[in-house]
Design a protein around this ligand. Structure first.
Ligand SMILES: Nc1ncnc2c1ncn2[C@@H]1O[C@H](COP(=O)(O)OP(=O)(O)O)[C@@H](O)[C@H]1O
Ligand SMILES: [Mg+2]
Length: 350
């Protein structure tokens, strides 16, 4: 891609300190490695999917990318400008703040019930863009409502008077009103019924096409990500384990964890058979991880002795994808290749 990324992070870490070190007792600090050495970039107009099971660090990474929390270490560039040294509080006052907007998981929880829909959408505008007068606020709020297909008569209502799908649209309108270049969406449809989910996904695809806004779409649902995103990042226990273009990743997943995730997607075609790969065993703890073994060790169907001694690094395969596995070059076991029935192609969103 020729354009420079809107957002680029290098070696980003977020370690939550659960217990501080104690010099008297000699106790080491107890740290939960929620995000551990993540690097990624998002280009203008691109839809990037971030997937992984609950607790792998998706929400923490989303908040780090929006500078809602401070990183433990690592670099963060917005439009090529290094903002790593800027505190979350300073960034919230910077003009770059409106370039990246977050849409939260549960619209019911994230919308203040005492505000009208108009004021909820106007709020980020008033805070970040300093509009000249009331007429400008009115025009921008209405434009944002139209961009998410929210009927203007709903603007005078309150959150409890709206359906789940309408509240999800309000959440997106609140982000769109400041004309961002990147929307970070943390499981934006997980609280919605399946039919409503589909219309919200169509809406996001439309916004991306018509307004050129890039999307970072966070989900534990691979089918949703496949429909919307051209590139996918798979996380496991705070780390990126695989990332690459959607189609090759779905047809020939290189990492055993990606293979297991994909094998869990139900297939619709009659007679189609796909072996479900179960990850037996307990996941390792994200607290003070060993650093000398693979984080999937103990659950991985392809593990070998080396995996218990040396933590694999993220490396680039000849097809350009990145994978964190010592044995990713080895051919996939026959029952897992291809992981996706090639006859099931996702329906276009529009
Ligand atoms: N404020 C916090 N303090 C301590 N641990 C946290 C905090 N927020 C998240 N975590 C832990 O960080 C890990 C990643 O959580 P999260 O980012 O919410 O994952 P996901 O969104 O993928 O479910 C989990 O183990 C979670 O318990
Ligand atoms: Mg989450």
């Amino acid at each position: 891609m020729s354009q420079s990324p809107i957002l680029c992070v290098e070696n980003l870490k977020k370690h939550f300190v659960l217990k501080h070190s104690n010099a008297l007792t000699g106790r080491e600090p107890v740290k939960l490695h929620a995000v551990d050495d993540v690097s990624l970039s998002i280009h203008p107009g691109e839809a990037l999917g971030l997937v992984g099971e609950s607790g792998c660090g998706k929400s923490t990474l989303s908040r780090l990318l929006c500078r809602l929390v401070d990183a433990t270490s690592g670099k963060l560039f917005v439009d090529g400008r290094d903002i790593s040294a800027m505190s979350a509080a300073a960034f919230s006052k910077s003009p770059l703040r409106s370039d990246i907007q977050m849409v939260f998981q549960d619209p019911t929880e994230s919308l203040n019930p005492r505000f009208s829909i108009f004021d909820l959408i106007a709020d980020p505008l008033r805070q970040l863009k300093r509009p000249k007068n009331r007429a400008e606020v009115q025009a921008r709020v209405e434009a944002a409502a139209r961009s998410v297909n929210l009927p203007l008569e709903l603007l005078s209502r309150f959150p409890h008077q709206l359906s789940g799908g309408q509240k999800a649209r309000v959440g997106i309108a609140r982000a769109m009103v400041v004309e961002p270049r990147l929307l970070v969406l943390d499981e934006p449809t997980s609280a919605l019924d399946v039919s409503v989910q589909a219309t919200v996904l169509q809406l996001l695809d439309k916004i991306r096409h018509e307004q050129g806004v890039a999307l970072l779409f966070v989900s534990h649902d691979l089918n949703v990500v496949r429909l919307l995103c051209s590139r996918i990042v798979v996380m496991y226990l705070g780390q990126v384990v695989e990332s690459g273009a959607t189609d090759p990743l779905f047809h020939h997943p290189a990492h055993p964890y990606t293979r297991a995730l994909l094998s869990a997607i139900p297939t619709l075609r009659e007679g189609a058979r796909r072996e479900r790969i179960k990850l037996d065993g307990d996941p390792q703890s994200p607290i003070n991880p060993s650093g000398t073994r693979c984080r999937l060790y103990g659950r991985c169907p392809a593990q070998q002795a080396l995996c218990n001694r040396v933590e694999p690094e993220l490396r680039t395969l000849p097809d350009g994808r990145q994978v964190r596995c010592h044995f990713a070059d080895a051919p996939a076991p026959p029952e897992t290749a291809p992981a996706i029935d090639p006859e099931i192609t996702p329906a276009p969103l529009l």
